[in-house]
Design a protein around this ligand. Structure first.
Ligand code: NOJ
Ligand code: CA
Length: 560
């Protein structure tokens, strides 16, 4: 078994704007991250993914970069970043940064130069087209056409917001600029990158018209603009120019990679160390990308998606595992829906969040927690559309109204799916604003922070935080099985029970059972030593495992 640090690492995604504010402006900052690094260390984190902190107009909270070589003043300075990297290193925490390379902000110097002078070399850094008509009917991810008119008959292309023009990877000089940026950050001491929206970089079908999908006459770019033939050449070149020969890793946001092609991305000689799979994180979304069509899914379907993903990845390479991120609602609400613990239902929240934690730390792949998941945070109730910040949420709200939903319904859909659910400021204590800021938080705090906060959970033995801490320790202690072991689903007849085993070549086995339902479930099982159970100890009688509501168990097979 060859040991690889990024396979064993426990990742944590950190959203700087919402983590910890130190200067009272209501916005989290790099000094705040430095202050809280020991907290992450205590939890057991050794790989930090920091979402964009580069200079940005913040239309999309930093995923619209104005300068890749500068820290946005609202987060601090490059000195703060250097101090953060140094402190993290002292604590044994590696840092990866988020690279947004499919597009820049329209305020980026390159784009400004391109607009000013059509003959400028920067014109070729973006996708400009001269055409009397809109060049194609792809719909951007945040609504409206992917094409925006600039002057006369000239249009530019954007997969996301119109303030996020796409880069033209066909341009060699642009690619060289990109590699310079990556190498700059690696030289500074980061251990790699999370690659934003990287499967959009090659354009192909979305430059042509497609069958209209709705009244707007447009077709979702996610259906036609991902993984276009030829993308591999760019990705391989980037790996060779920046990653090969370095002690670095990459994790790509790579929706739309079909399982039969996944080896090209994450196999022995793949473009990335690992990629995120969206199949089960997006189980609640119906095709078409509209939040007002919610998918009606079942636990057996969820299991199918999880194990299809796990077995396809296992056959071909290495994956990244997550249940939450900054684009998702909180996992408790997503996976337990109307049964999810409500604010102040402390026991239920503990059971449900530790059931999900057992799943997360049991699966095969590098685990990425998202901030607040270790507290079992739930969605935040937003009372009106004015309380949201996210441009995607606001677009989805108006799409729902246009499609005929009344305001109440539209508000419910965005409450269920809004990216702001995971972006609410971090609750550190029961103090005003959860100790996140002395000022006014940039986004509403989840109102339950007086009861649910880090300080309290760090003290209480029976907290989600403590349980996750133990699961992390267990995953490290039993890395031969829980990191490197193979995974196999255990077929059970109980719909809401997710069951699987992890195994080493020598036959060491850990079996994992999670009851996602609110009823007791009984199932035949082999006895073993209980390693973890969110009820304290498991009940096992006459070859039958009895799982109470939301009970989650990890047991090790006793060696004969
Ligand atoms: C994916 C990021 O995760 C999301 O937050 C962002 O809005 C888009 N890419 C555009 O960069
Ligand atoms: Ca601040």
């Amino acid at each position: 078994m060859e040991r690889v640090w990024w396979k064993e690492a426990i990742g944590y995604e950190l959203y700087p704007k919402s983590f910890k504010d130190t200067n009272g402006d209501g916005i989290g900052d790099l000094k705040g991250i430095i202050e809280k690094l020991p907290y992450l260390k205590e939890l057991g984190i050794d790989l930090l993914w920091i979402c964009p902190f580069y200079l940005s107009p913040m239309r999309d909270n930093g995923y619209d970069v104005e300068d890749y070589y500068a820290v946005d003043p609202q987060f601090g300075s490059m000195e703060d970043m250097d101090a953060l990297l140094a402190r993290a290193e002292e604590l044994g925490i590696r840092v990866i940064t988020d690279m947004v390379l499919n597009h820049t902000s329209d305020r980026h110097r390159w784009f400004q130069e391109a607009l000013k002078d059509p003959k400028s070399k920067y014109r070729d850094y973006y996708i400009f087209k001269e055409s009397k008509e809109r060049p194609s009917n792809a719909r951007s991810c945040f609504g409206g056409s992917v094409w925006e008119k600039v002057e006369g008959d000239v249009w530019y292309y954007h997969t996301f917001d119109k303030t996020q023009p796409d880069l033209n990877w066909e341009c060699k000089e642009l690619r060289q600029e990109i590699y310079r940026i990556l190498n700059y950050w690696l030289d500074k001491g980061v251990s790699g990158f999370r690659m934003d929206a990287i499967t959009y970089i090659k354009k192909g079908d979305s430059l042509k018209d497609a069958e209209p999908q709705g009244e707007d006459g447009l077709h979702d770019v996610a259906d036609i603009g991902l993984n276009q033939p030829g993308i591999g050449e760019f990705l391989l070149e980037m790996r060779k120019e920046c990653i090969d020969g370095r002690d670095a890793m990459t994790v790509a946001e790579a929706p739309g990679v079909p399982y039969d092609k996944i080896g090209e991305f994450i196999g022995e000689n793949g473009y990335f160390s690992m990629i995120f799979d969206f199949s089960y994180a997006d189980i609640d979304l119906a095709p078409g990308g509209n939040w007002y069509y919610q998918a009606d899914w079942t636990f057996p379907q969820l299991k199918k998606l999880i194990f299809h993903s796990q077995s396809s990845v296992q056959r071909q390479g290495w994956g990244a595992i997550y249940l939450e991120n900054h684009d998702q609602s909180r996992s408790l609400n997503k996976y337990f829906r109307d049964k999810a613990a409500r604010p102040y239902e402390v026991r239920k929240r503990f059971l449900q969040s530790t059931a999900l934690g057992t799943l997360l730390f049991g699966l095969r792949g590098t685990v990425f927690l998202y901030q607040g998941e270790e507290l079992g945070m739930t969605n935040c109730p937003f009372a009106s559309i004015d309380e949201f910040d996210d441009l995607n949420t606001i677009d989805q709200y108006y799409r729902a109204l246009k499609a005929g939903c009344d305001e109440k319904k539209a508000l419910k859909f965005v409450n269920d799916r809004s990216r702001d659910n995971s972006r609410t400021p971090y609750p550190w204590s029961s103090k005003k604003n959860g100790g996140f800021t002395e000022g006014t938080p940039w986004l509403k705090m989840n109102p339950d922070y007086r009861e649910n906060n880090a300080q309290r959970q760090q003290k209480e033995e029976g907290s989600t935080f403590k349980f996750y801490q133990r699961l992390i320790r267990l995953r490290k202690e039993k890395a031969d099985i829980l990191v490197y072991g193979t995974i196999e689903e255990i077929q059970v007849e109980n719909g809401p029970v997710i069951a699987f085993s992890r195994k080493t070549e020598s036959g060491k086995t850990i079996s994992i059972y999670i009851n996602m339902g609110e009823e007791e479930e009984k199932l035949p099982a082999e006895d073993g030593k209980c390693l973890s159970c969110n009820y304290g100890d498991m009940i096992f009688k006459e070859n039958t495992l009895i799982l109470r509501p939301y009970e989650a168990v990890m047991m090790e097979k006793t060696q004969d």
